[in-house]
Design a protein around this ligand. Structure first.
Ligand code: PLP
Length: 432
């Protein structure tokens, strides 16, 4: 333990970052790290973009803060309309918050209020999947199917309000897989269910697991049939990360009722997250009681929104959605080569630049090969100057140890090769 005054996340040692540029982060000892996970899949346009910093500074000088109960702002008006266009969600309304957990909780509350406005007070349940991760605050954690992060708090959560559907099975057709939601809704009594919320490409809980094509379109149909709102949690998978503006649209047009966004929105330059609400959801509230009964002090903070607008300019001007697709193909091919060289790599998967490696015991095919394999690989990678995002523990049907890989969408082909070489070394260092 150091004599620092900082309350660190854990006892392990943390390098002290002092600057970052492009895909690299530098610490106070001059070590350079290739940001192979964009932090936690956040830094979508890379580090050190002066245009974003300038836009934030100009906004702070012009208008740093107004409260959402008193004002909208010109920057928020422009951003909301640009975002709806980029995401191909015409008529959707943007509700801004500061982080992903606030955003998923806002979506849950909005779904509940939507039904209440229609006089339907029985719909209190939110169905999610196991495993899943929707955030760390208590409501978002209750919605999450991630035992390891929830178990300390279970007495605070009414489990009957948060039923869980099992994870997607990519060996089934998307349609057959999605039909399992119908079965669960029938068991629960669909009249008790407000919403179904899922990550279109799974993030922290199950390394880039994605269902077969057709899954989301059928999920949207089933939800419509039962009057249940479909919430796509795209905090990690959205904003181009998976090679499409939204991962839910990877295999064709699908329109959820609510889309939750975070991380890549302002790409780490400022805290910014939010939700996009369909015209029906928005109008039901506004034509009913007239107000969403919810709000955070910093919602729609002009400096964060200015960062978001400048990040969106960069994503569009530099064609970063297309870049995510191309570089993702390159990186996934390289990860599959690593799987053939390192027996502890059981699977490489994902879409665009949201990719995952499943690690485990080659003899049994079990994904948990002893404590902390993913942590050990991540540490070896860090020693070699590569940052990754490890996840551990075969709980809730996850495949145990995994590494998420998701460099900035602006990464260059040669930097992908550098990432793969460092990971190759780290896998050799840790046993195979
Ligand atoms: N939803 C998803 C899909 C996430 O991946 C995360 C964070 O990893 C969250 C919600 C919570 O976001 P935040 O950590 O910004 O609160």
């Amino acid at each position: 333990m150091t004599d620092s005054s900082v309350f660190y996340r854990s006892r392990k040692s943390y390098p002290v970052a002092v600057r970052a540029e492009g895909v690299y982060v530098f610490d106070d000892r001059g070590q350079r790290y290739l940001d192979g996970s964009s932090g936690a899949l956040v830094a979508n346009i890379g580090h050190g973009r002066t245009a974003v910093a300038d836009a934030m500074a100009a906004q702070a000088r012009r208008l740093a803060f107004v409260h959402g109960s008193q004002f909208s702002s010109d920057v928020l008006e422009e951003y909301a309309s640009r975002l709806a266009g980029f995401l191909k969600l015409p008529g959707f309304r943007f509700w801004a918050v500061s982080g992903g957990s606030e955003a998923t909780e806002s979506a849950i509350k909005l779904a509940r209020q939507y039904h209440a406005e229609r006089g339907d007070l029985e719909r209190y349940r939110v169905v999610t999947r196991r495993p899943s991760y929707h955030g760390a605050s208590l409501g978002a954690l209750a919605a999450s199917g991630m035992g390891a992060r929830r178990e300390l708090y279970t007495p605070l959560m009414n489990e009957s309000a948060w039923p869980k559907l099992s994870k997607p099975n990519p060996e089934l057709s998307g349609e057959a897989d999605a039909e399992r939601l119908r079965t669960l809704l029938e068991e629960l009594g669909p009249q008790t269910v407000a919403a179904f919320m899922a990550e279109p490409v799974v993030g922290a809980s199950d390394a880039a697991l994605a269902p077969s094509p057709g899954y989301h379109a059928r999920i949207a149909e089933i939800c419509r049939e039962y009057g249940v709102l479909f919430i796509a949690d795209e905090v990690m998978s959205g904003m181009g990360r998976c090679g499409a503006p939204l991962a839910v649209q990877l295999h064709g047009p699908v329109t959820p009722d609510i889309v939750v966004l975070g991380k890549g929105l302002a790409a780490g330059y400022a805290p910014l997250a939010g939700l996009m609400a369909s015209p029906t959801v928005h109008d039901t509230v506004m034509n009913g009681s007239g107000a969403f009964k919810h709000g955070f002090t910093y919602a729609g903070h002009p400096v964060s929104v200015a960062a978001g607008l400048s990040v969106l300019d960069t994503v569009q001007n530099e064609n970063l959605v297309e870049a995510a697709r191309e570089r993702g193909t390159q990186l996934l091919a390289g990860l599959r080569t690593l799987r053939s060289r390192h027996p502890q790599v059981l699977e490489a998967r994902g879409h665009g630049l949201l990719l995952g490696l499943i690690l485990g015991d080659p003899a049994t095919g079990e994904a948990c090969a002893g404590p902390g394999l993913a942590e050990r690989v991540a540490l070896a990678a860090r020693t070699r100057g590569l940052l990754t995002y490890p996840g551990t523990g075969a709980v809730d049907g996850t495949r145990g140890d995994h590494l998420l890989l998701g460099p900035p969408l602006s990464i260059r082909p040669a930097e992908i090769e550098e990432l793969l070489a460092a990971l190759d070394g780290a896998l050799s260092d840790t046993g195979g």
